[in-house]
Design a protein around this ligand. Structure first.
Ligand code: NAD
Length: 529
């Protein structure tokens, strides 16, 4: 990305007309960044808000990826020699730049991705937060000292950087997911290549533009430490196949993960997979609906149902269903849907027409499987005509049928009833995905059971809080077809390092492990003539 001189600290506000193309251009200007060096003719980037063309970029090809990987390798060989706390200093400086530019970054992200400005700000804040997490981590990459079974031996575990990280990300979190992985990978001593979604490449170029600005004044940072690969699935596949990519972090659909997992497994590369979710909430007889109603509303309809942690299944006790729906439906009906850059709007558009078609097809299937659909239709009044805006759908289902077991990336909430708590757990776990889950209960036994090994089988297990959104401190990811990966949080840094177990003998005898005796006889003259 070309850098211009401005530091991007001028106050920034979205103009009152909330025009996406103008907001996007203004935000780039406020950031002091230009897309000029990436312009081309094969990737039109459109705003989901109104379909406006934001930019047309050139895409990379296989030869470009080869060159990038070679450059990343050179960068890695330098970077791994920089002490980890110094590596953290680069991430600290990047985090400060992001914090100073929170407003234009949020506006740019919202214009390109279509999430409301408030949530875009939350995503950019998450980038700042993970930078702080990674900076702290840069002084805490601890190994272990282990008690050796042999006298006068020291047994130690070291952690070393792995090499070059390839990171594929999805459109719905166009910045945070990259930052979760990359800031941690950087303090661990790795170099990175980021393949953002082809639907949100300019957000990627803006964040890497700021990282390059942080690197400009940081002598220890080698050139090409982090690069951006622009393109679609073919470029992602190229990274997954490339022998120079030591680890691949891939966030997106289970369909994508199934392909990428095979490619990386075939060459024994590491992979971290963050794939689709099909998240449920159990509403029990003792649930506090004053908490549950806003939690359900945000988790099911917020971000237009386009979070991996979006609430898709509501498993409600048969005695609470009528009351719950009577309260929930009017609340969801009152949500303000429209241009996400405009103040007061709570729900923006779907990413594109294909997402809308998939939503309608899912609702059709739900009807065919015995469901009663409320809402779900396209909204055309008071919204930009060329965007795909929908009313969130609530679908009463007779059971957990085939369509309920699939992730449809749109605001559809299936409602199923249960009688016994264990039956609710069976329903909750009875889908192929295992990302996020929640129970609303005031019963301590139910709350504890849900979190236990007998309860939810998901990576995220919440009590009296919705399924969507997570704090960066905890390990984030899910089980089963969600891929089993943990991109960030807690001790996930270990995924970006290789472990070496070292044994040092400082005695004057050679002792074998497990007490094995293996006596060797040497000539008296010890090899002399
Ligand atoms: P997607 O799978 O269509 O694309 C994601 C990324 O993968 C894009 O960069 C795309 O170009 C690339 N890609 C697609 N097919 C590929 C292939 N065969 N080989 C290599 N790369 C390929 O997903 P999307 O529509 O951008 O995002 C929505 C999906 O992402 C949902 O399923 C959602 O649940 C999931 N998601 C999961 C998490 C998580 O942490 N578990 C987070 C965000 C999104």
């Amino acid at each position: 990305m070309n850098m211009m001189s401005s530091a991007g600290l001028a106050p920034f506000a979205v103009a009152s007309d909330a025009d996406p193309a103008r907001t996007h251009a203004d935000a780039l200007k406020a950031l002091g960044l230009s897309l000029d060096s990436h312009r081309g003719d094969d990737l039109p980037v459109r705003s989901p808000i109104d379909g406006a063309l934001l930019a047309t970029l050139g895409t990379h090809d296989a030869a470009d990826i080869d060159a990038m990987v070679a450059r990343a390798r050179t960068a890695f060989l330098d970077w791994r020699q920089v002490p980890a706390p110094h590596r953290g200093e680069l991430v600290r400086r990047f985090g400060t730049l992001v914090r100073d530019n929170l407003d234009p970054l949020s506006a740019l992200l919202s214009a390109e991705n279509g999430k409301i400005l408030e949530e875009a700000r939350g995503e950019v804040q998450e980038v700042v937060d993970i930078c702080e997490f990674a900076v702290g981590l840069s002084r805490q990459l601890y190994g272990l000292t282990i008690a050796s079974e042999r006298p006068q031996h020291r047994l130690t575990e070291y952690w070393h950087p792995v090499g070059v990280l390839g990171l594929i990300s999805a459109f719905n979190f166009p910045a945070a997911v990259w930052a979760w992985g990359t800031t941690v990978a950087l303090v661990c001593g790795n170099a990175g290549i980021w393949k953002p979604s082809e639907k949100t490449p300019t957000t990627a170029l803006a964040f890497v533009g700021l990282l390059q600005r942080a690197m400009r004044d940081f002598e220890a940072a080698p050139a090409n430490l982090v690069q951006v690969a622009i393109g679609g699935a073919d470029i992602g596949a190229r990274l997954a196949d490339h022998p120079g990519i030591d680890m691949l972090s891939a966030t997106g659909s289970t369909r994508m993960g199934r392909d990428v997992a095979v490619r990386t497994a075939q060459r024994f590369a590491r992979s971290i997979l963050e794939l689709g979710g099909n998240n449920a909430m159990i509403v029990t007889p003792s649930a506090d609906l004053d908490l549950a109603i806003p939690a359900i509303t945000f988790a099911a309809a917020g971000t237009a149902g386009q979070r991996c942690t979006t609430l898709r299944r509501l498993i409600v006790h048969e005695d609470r269903k009528a009351e719950l729906l009577a309260r929930l439906m009017p609340v969801i009906g009152k949500l303000s849907t429209g241009n996400p850059l405009a103040e007061g709007v709570q729900v923006g558009p779907l990413i594109d027409g294909a997402a809308f078609d998939r939503m309608q097809a899912a609702l059709e299937r739900a009807r065919a499987e015995g469901g009663t659909v409320h809402g779900g239709e396209r909204i055309t009044d008071g919204v930009p005509a060329t965007g795909y805006y929908v009313r969130p759908a609530i679908v009463e289902m007779p059971g957990q049928s085939a369509i309920v077991c699939e992730e449809t990336f749109a605001p559809i909430l299936y409602v199923i009833i249960y009688r016994e708590f264990t039956q609710a757990i069976t329903l909750q776990n009875g889908v192929p995905q295992g990302l996020s889950s929640a129970v609303f209960t005031m019963d301590m036994r139910e709350a504890e059971y849900f979190q236990s090994a007998l309860g939810s089988d998901c990576g995220i297990v919440n009590v009296n809080i919705g399924t969507s959104g997570a704090e960066i401190g905890g390990a984030f990811g899910g089980e089963k077809q969600t891929g089993g990966g943990r991109v960030s949080g807690s001790d996930s840094w270990k995924n970006y390092m290789r472990r070496a177990t070292a044994t040092v003998n400082y005695s004057s005898t050679l002792t074998l492990a497990q007490g094995v005796r293996f006596d060797v006889v040497e000539d008296d003259n010890k090899g002399g003539n």
